[in-house]
Write a new protein. Structure first.
Length: 146
């Protein structure tokens, strides 16, 4: 089976970091990858190494926390919105990451904010968006993996 590769937009989804920040990490050599047909591609191992890098971790943690804090502090929402923190003990981090990255970036869930922290034993997924979309995506995940 062919290994799925990650693109920069997948890394922005997972980490919450901007496209420009990801490209700066590539330029500095902290993030390794391969440019194929003008687009950067990263193996799961390269992404894992990047996420665990001590100079990157604080930024990722801050972005993950800000999704939740910003959601809680915004008391003037115009539309329904939900924020879910999903801890998935025993889940395969690679499969979980691929599922959410590819489903969200496919375009069906473009208004969902997503981050994933798999550095610890239990993968943690944070999803924020329209309740119908967030819960629909979670339902798809559990139908696929459980």
């Amino acid at each position: 089976m062919e290994e799925k590769l990650y693109l920069i937009n997948h890394l922005t989804l997972i980490t919450g970091l901007t496209d420009r920040t990801i490209r700066n990490y590539i330029s500095s050599g902290i993030l390794k990858g391969e440019k194929i047909n003008g687009m950067w591609h990263f193996t799961p191992e390269e992404v894992d190494s990047f996420i665990k890098n001590p100079s990157v971790r604080p930024s990722i943690i801050a972005k993950n926390n800000s999704v939740v804090y910003d959601f809680m502090l915004d008391d003037s929402k115009k539309n329904e919105e939900t924020c879910v923190i999903l801890d998935i003990p025993g889940a395969d981090i690679k499969a979980t990451s691929e599922f959410f990255c590819y489903r969200i970036s496919s375009g069906n869930f473009k208004d969902i904010s997503f981050s994933l922290d798999g550095i610890y034993k239990t993968p943690r997924v944070i999803l924020k968006g329209k309740p119908k979309d967030v819960f629909g995506l979670i339902d798809e995940y559990y139908k696929s993996f459980r």
